[in-house]
Each structure stands twice: as C-alpha cells, then as structure tokens.
Design a binder for this molecule. Sequence first.
Ligand SMILES: [Zn+2]
Length: 125
Amino acid sequence: MTDEPLLARLVVGSQNFPCNRCNLRCVVAVQLPHSWDVAGKPTTVGWRQAPLCPSCDLEDPHAGPLAMFLRWHEQFGQPGWHADEDILAEFAKLLGDWLPHASIPQLSEEAYEADLAAWRRGEFD
Ligand SMILES: [Zn+2]
C-alpha cells in the first residue's frame, strides 16, 4: 500500500446512484476515502460514496446550485444527452463550488431512534 493520500473521486454518469436519504436517482456523486483502525491490524482503507441529490441537497449552500442545475437538466449524464459548451461550463463551475464541501451524510443518533420508534409502531410494515 502507498502512503500517498487518497483524493476524492468524482462519479458522473448514467449509473443509478440512489440517494442515501430519499432514494431518488442521482447522476453525480463523489467518492471520499475513509479508513479505520483495529488494534493489531493494518489500517483498512475504503471509499464511501456521497451522491448529490437534486432534492435533498437543494437547501445546502454549496450543493444547492448544482442540485438545481441537475433538476433543470434532468437528462444530464444519460446516454444520448449532449450539452453545449455553456452548459458544460456552468456544470464545471457548480461542481467546483460543491466538491470542496462534499461530505458523507453522518448518521444521526436522533434519526436512528426516530426510525426505530417508527419501526416498532409498525410504520415500516
Ligand atoms: Zn435525496
């Protein structure tokens, strides 16, 4: 294994990235490196993917403009879709605004407890 830091990887395309919050299809995601240690074992390194959701990320100050762009250009990244230079330049700018702030949504203890309580009430049946 190399000691070079892992950089974020951008994924854009027609793959189906489900939003990990609302399950909506996303066409842009960033893969961020993460690692964890277990005593006595080598560090384990992996990737976690954070899709940019055209719905959930609308209110985010860094992701919102790109989310709006993706809502406006629904076919972005789909086979056969072509954009002119202005649209691609706008996408590149919005992507550059979002990427430094992209992060993996953290699990919330409160959200977990709320989901568990809802499950116990049978709301997921
Ligand atoms: Zn979502």
